[in-house]
Design a protein around this ligand. Structure first.
Ligand code: R1X
Length: 250
């Protein structure tokens, strides 16, 4: 069956997928797969399939922001994907995790508009526990191999719609005081869509700055530290997905 927006056929889709915002990053991740091939590049959605440690998996870009990303997650799950891991970038809320760190998201604050149109207020956006455990284990392992400076955090992230600020205040200080570690723009959508449709999901983000600084003036995601953290999270996600597939087969 053809998925109308991603332009992929369900017959070609494996049960495991890594999702990321940037189509160029999807291509970069696909280069780590064996027998990688591109299935489609439709709008911001670029889809590759291949094998990692013998496990068939897809790598798909979902673009920026929850509504567009949710279209991707819905079609992937309809096409037969059962386990999804997002690798992304996020702004940190704490000096404990500066640029170059990675954070595994255990749950997301639903500070987006999309999920309000899907589930009632108060319904939690939570990661799957097995996917999260696999990601944490893999991220701690690669910590030694990929980068000596990457710190691995585990905790709650915030999903926002606004990237640049307007005149309304985003309550970053409250999120931070309440214990959230970082903010980004798609994880709540991933967790809610996955819960609704019976798939399991997890997410890992590379920290590229601080969430409550003046983004326009200071935001620079193109540093060496961020590149290393992105490399780190990609390795962790690939290894976690392969470990989950092995657990499923046992
Ligand atoms: O999730 C956020 C969004 O996709 C983090 O980075 C992107 C914006 O640059």
């Amino acid at each position: 069956m053809l998925m109308p927006i991603l332009q992929i056929h369900s017959e070609d889709m494996p049960a495991y997928a890594i999702v990321c915002g940037d189509p160029a990053r999807a291509e970069k991740i696909s280069r780590k797969l064996e027998n990688a091939r591109e299935l489609a590049f439709s709008r911001e959605y670029r889809t590759f399939v291949g094998e990692y440690e013998g496990v068939q998996m897809a790598v798909v870009s979902h673009g920026v922001g929850s509504p567009g990303a949710a279209v991707c997650f819905e079609e992937l799950i309809r096409a037969g994907v059962k386990t999804l891991i997002r690798v992304g970038t996020a702004g940190s809320y704490t000096a404990d995790y500066p640029a170059g760190s990675v954070i595994v998201s255990t749950a997301a604050v639903r500070s987006d508009g999309l999920t309000r149109q899907l589930v009632p207020d108060g319904f939690p956006a939570v990661a799957d526990i097995d996917v999260t455990s696999a990601l944490v284990a893999a991220a701690r392992q690669t910590d030694r191999g990929i980068s000596e400076v990457a710190k691995v955090g585990v905790g709650i992230t915030v999903t926002l719609d606004a990237f640049f600020t307007g005149v309304e205040e985003i309550p970053h200080r409250k999120y931070k005081q309440a214990g959230a570690l970082a903010a980004e723009m798609e994880i709540a959508a991933l967790y809610i869509v996955s819960t609704l449709r019976g798939a399991r999901a997890g997410a890992i983000v590379a920290i590229d700055g601080f969430a409550d600084s003046d983004l326009a003036a200071e935001y620079d995601p193109h540093t060496d530290a961020v590149a290393k953290a992105v490399e780190h999270e990609i390795e962790a996600a690939l290894r976690a997905l392969a470990a989950l597939a092995r657990q499923d087969q046992a």
